[in-house]
Design a protein around this ligand. Sequence first.
Ligand code: NAD
Length: 453
Amino acid sequence: MSAALASVPLPMHRRPAKLSPAAERLLRRIESRKAHLAVIGLGYVGLPLAVEFAKAGFEVTGFDVDVTKVDAINRGHSYIGDVSSQDVAAASKAGKLSATIDMSRLHDMDAIDICVPTPLRKTRDPDLSYIVLAVDAVRAQLRAGQLVILESTTYPGTTTEVVQPALEEGGLTAGKDFYLAFSPERVDPGNETHTTRSIPKVVGGVNEASTALAADLYASIIGTIVPVSSTQVAEMVKLLENTFRAVNIGLVNEIALMSHRMDIDVWEVIEAAATKPFGFMPFYPGPGLGGHCIPIDPFYLSWKARQNGFECRFIELAGQINSSMPAFVVERVGEALNTLKMSINGSRIHIFGVAYKKGVSDTRESPALDVIELLHRRGATLSYTDPHVPVLEHGGLSLASVPERDAARGIDCAVVCTNHAVFNYAEMPTRFPLVVDTRNALKGVAGDNVFRL
Ligand SMILES: NC(=O)c1ccc[n+]([C@@H]2O[C@H](COP(=O)([O-])OP(=O)(O)OC[C@H]3O[C@@H](n4cnc5c(N)ncnc54)[C@H](O)[C@@H]3O)[C@@H](O)[C@H]2O)c1
């Protein structure tokens, strides 16, 4: 695997006419696969990246503060759905992949990719604390000739306003003594069509040499590299992409809410609209936004815009609509129970799918959690089935996933929150007195007891 890729000549990505001798040295180390690479943060983004670099023939060291992840990798075990344990074990056995919590080893690395979390604070302001800690660790070991790339999604300006000054505190200058770039990660967990390797990679450095070096590094594992003129452009690209999704989902959720009032089937509307061969792209309503990206990233942008005296109205409005969806689902559950003269209070409600989207185990920001919490507060007794999430601790509830074959026992209403492919949707209307379907997973399944969004 690595030999085939290692022999592919690397494209030149707007390589400046003249690179400094140090940059040339690093370039040669990258192109000959002799460069030793670091990936800081071995989660959904960092682990696939580390494995791809290792497959391409680089020696990769993963750095994480979580010792269980480090141990798992060193045992050849993957904890991320999109990465097989077989690949981790093969890379580790070949001496191409290892992991450590010892940040002092960053000194030996030629290139360092930072893939740590960027959540929001309770106040919905960016929480850069993970980036700051990771950058502190890099600064303590920084030496001339290294390439540092930030991949974590963040607001435009983070690389030059936060990362660069912190790294330069040690006396080295970005773009001259060491190289610095931002390259947003676009991985879509669970997507088998578009993978780390096939998704074009946008790269923007603090100067031409930084862009060229980062672009050449990624070209060793990714087919298409898109160099841009600055780190700010690269940062903004990612936020445009995710804001585009958040706003369009907000729009289609609003269309779903109004269609419900007008007794129009929104799913049929979208399906028909999607036959237009230009100028329309289907987005689908649902119980709300989930995951580490779409519910969070647009608020990084609106925060930064506010610092510049600009109010992002689309982002705020989409946020309001999307975050109101779990309450609408609960309203639909109430309406469904009403048809049997029942109330949420005292009913036994079973949730299908608690991960934030189909085919993944990630429950971060999952709207199913909000639905569960709202139903629990209204006095329902909850249970759930999710083959990807064996146990769930949320809002004072501690639940274990019930096998699907046992799920209907004593249940008044089933709610499909996540449309995992494995569920038997066709039988739901006969197995459960009521079914509330937030994802159109029961498309084509008849039943007077089925209530769609
Ligand atoms: N998950 C996605 O689908 C996705 C897609 C595109 C972009 N992103 C962005 O990529 C970044 C990482 O996201 P993720 O989903 O991989 O997060 P994650 O939580 O799965 O992984 C982050 C890892 O970083 C480690 N970590 C935290 N602080 C550290 C430190 N100071 N030093 C070393 N390791 C540290 C954590 O232990 C964890 O293993 C975020 O900015 C996210 O917005 C995520």
